[in-house]
Design a protein around this ligand. Structure first.
Ligand code: RP5
Length: 167
């Protein structure tokens, strides 16, 4: 098993159905990752140790998902200079997801968190891949192939609809 270069963390296992979409994307491109639970308010010491040690363990990008008053991505970002991608999650304790979106999106200047759309963990996996692709040609060509495939899928839909209309 290769050393993970992406770390996917989340505040609770209740976030896993969403966050596993990031893992699935990385799996498809054979990008080594780790996935675990780190809670900013329930396990602050674990969060601190995780963020301080991530770079030294070879992690290049962190994807952090949380719901409610979602401080995990911002707090982790404050403890490392690795890029942090935040995934706002519409959790059971959420006010329609806005609490999480605003908590992650509205980071004050000085500590950036790249925020994807609500529950958009796949996009977090894609953005992490784009960051890695800057310095890895193999990842870049695999990523370009994925993008090309989804373009072709839409063009096929266009043709299918056009043909149906002609029937
Ligand atoms: C946050 O609270 C977690 O990220 C999760 O989205 C939410 C609810 O957590 P559980 O009560 O389901 O453990 O910390």
């Amino acid at each position: 098993m290769s050393t993970p270069i992406v770390s996917i963390i989340m505040g609770s296992t209740s976030d896993l159905p969403v966050m596993s979409q990031a893992a699935e994307f990385l799996d498809n491109l054979s990008i080594p990752y780790e996935i675990t639970v780190v809670s900013a308010h329930r396990t602050p010491d674990r969060m601190f140790t995780f963020a301080k040690e991530a770079e030294g363990r070879g992690i290049k990008v962190i994807i952090a998902g949380a719901g409610g008053a979602a401080h995990l991505p911002g707090m982790v970002a404050s403890l490392t200079s690795l890029p942090v991608i935040g995934v706002p999650i519409k959790s059971s304790n959420s006010i329609d997801g806005w609490d999480s979106v605003l908590s992650i999106l509205q980071m004050p200047n000085g500590i950036p968190v790249a925020t994807v759309a609500l529950n958009a963990a796949k996009n977090a996996g894609m953005l992490a891949t784009e960051i890695l692709a800057i310095s890895d040609q193999e990842i870049k060509s695999k990523y370009k192939a994925v993008r090309e495939k989804q373009t072709q899928k839409v063009l096929t839909q266009v043709e299918t609809l056009k043909n149906q209309k002609e029937i």
